[in-house]
Write a protein that binds this ligand. Sequence first.
Ligand code: ATP
Ligand code: MG
Length: 367
Amino acid sequence: MFVKNISLQHYRNYEKLQLDSFGDVNLLIGQNAQGKTNLLEAIFVLALTKSHRTSKDRELISFEGGSAHLSAVVDKKYGPLTLDLTMSPQGKKAKINGLEQRKLSDFIGALNVVMFAPEDLEIVKGTPGIRRRFLDMEIGQVQPGYLYHLQQYQKVLNQRNNLLKQMWGKDSVKPGMLEIWDQQLVEHGVKIIKKRKQFIIKLQKWAETIHQGITSGGESLKLVYQPSFGDAEEEDEAYLFEQFMLKLSQVKDQEVRRGMTLAGPHRDDMAFFINGKEVHTYGSQGQQRTTALSLKLAEIELIQEEIGEYPVLLLDDVLSELDPYRQTQLIETFQSKVQTFITATGIESLNADKLKNANIYHVHAGQ
Ligand code: ATP
Ligand code: MG
């Protein structure tokens, strides 16, 4: 797919911006704090209705206030789509071809993007919460139905946790109350676990091949799902249901003491191994970076596999971090298949030879 144009109003430091006729490769060049990342972020928000760097939507609205408006025309295999997203302190409204979407999940996935930014290193180095967020965003993008289960799970989890807090040292809570929440928690939880397992297996396949290419075959990358209970490979829903229930019954006393739910997808993790050694613990800086890059590039292929079209690639400050060989590898892999937006503070740090047909935009103070 291909983003033809974009217009922004009251978005971050863009009071008003209209850009037409994007190319296959688009370079956004400018000094620090001018609005390069903000523009990539806007394209990301049009795909997922959320930022890649904050969960607080109000940060996206201009300091001047009001509501932010983002719109773009995206060319897809079966024709163009006009996307509109309005964000105000009251919430978000999304339209496709002028038609308001009843649920945001109906809007998500009209545009698909893969963003690679310096903070993605945290997917490898950071906490399990960051890896779960990565999984959720990526699965949600190709399977919006996933987000429904995730939302419901979160709701039930909060209610169950509240009940557990009340239960400590009290007999006033009616027996059977916890079991009602257990049932719902497990129902939605099983769907989430199953999708995550399937996603990781597919991502693994692509990431391993891509990583081998980047490291000239010297390293073998493995992704492993680490659920909070049961067998990491098993996908059968009835089996998962039973295992989840069993685990909850085993940890119940501990849950009441600690006032929180101790098993389920909110405690999942995933691990990365290079030649059998965990990258989080033993990987060099370069290996961690290459792992994150392989993951992101794998996502491009995975999205293509799932929806039959390549997503748009957003590279924030990462190209200039790669050595010329890896820059060339990256650009050549996707040239002519994937529309790309690249930010950098200067053109000197980029492999200019490979980018001579790019559109160049100079970004200065929100213009
Ligand atoms: P760098 O090269 O340092 O990454 P950048 O060009 O990517 O810079 P951005 O992150 O796109 O910079 O923009 C940062 C600017 O946007 C900052 O000056 C910040 O104050 C401003 N900004 C962020 N949020 C808002 C907002 N809600 N309203 C107005 N301005 C904002
Ligand atoms: Mg930036």
